[in-house]
Ligand binder design. Sequence first.
Ligand code: ADP
Ligand code: MG
Length: 269
Amino acid sequence: GEARRGGPGYIWAKHLRTGVGRNVIDIRDLKLQFGDVKVLDGVTMKIPNNVIYVIMGPSGSGKSTILRVLNRLVELYKPKIEGEVYLDGQDIFKMPLSLLRRRVQMVFQIPNPIPTLSIWENVALGPKLNRLVKSKAELQERVRWALEKAQLWEEVKNRLDAPAASLSGGQQQRLCIARALAFKPEVLLMDEPTANLDPVNTAKIEELMLELKKEMTIVLVTHYPPQAARVGDWVAFLYGGKIVEEGPVREVFTRPRHELTEKYVTGKI
Ligand code: ADP
Ligand code: MG
């Protein structure tokens, strides 16, 4: 339909207060293979500011690989990459890695704080090592801000020196979100962030994502269609390394254009 022309920026341009119509991430014809195994087969995505853009698809379809391209973590595995990826108009492959990682942060499926470090240190480490703050006071402020945004502050403010391992699974995942936020990223990549959590903790993280998108762009990977429907603005359905269909969440879920999408969102594949 009309709304899909030109990608998500087209439809939201009118509604956004900041970064109107700007694509923060622009992926053009991305192809990637590990050895002889083709994993991404011509992926194109335009992701505007202040949205939750969901990449949804079955296990093995290449979702995590797309996220690992966006922060160039994938280079660890020496893949063959073709295509272009821009962050706010800049080629990510020509950017200093440290700058890219500061601007594009990631949260993983399994909460991975440094267990023996304190709650406070887990969040403070990034800004400290990367010299993102100028004083102790600024660091304190940054850590508190990140923990508040991750909706963890109230629960930990009296035990900031306790080891991260003393937190529950859901709290550890919010700690990892705070650690990512402490970089003040423009883009937050979330790879199945609630897959290991119970419904209450899942709801908390979904809520905080909806708050966070006012300040950044979230690329959320999930293999669980109901989550895409609950929090997503735009969704791309990935299957076998290709985008089968993408569009506003409501459209894709209520009027899928491809049989595969329909089967996926109704749980038949
Ligand atoms: P998803 O996140 O959708 O489950 P992934 O992006 O993790 O999918 O993986 C897509 C495909 O790429 C899978 O078949 C996986 O086995 C393969 N793959 C991922 N990483 C590597 C790697 N480093 N080397 C070889 N194959 C890989
Ligand atoms: Mg994955």
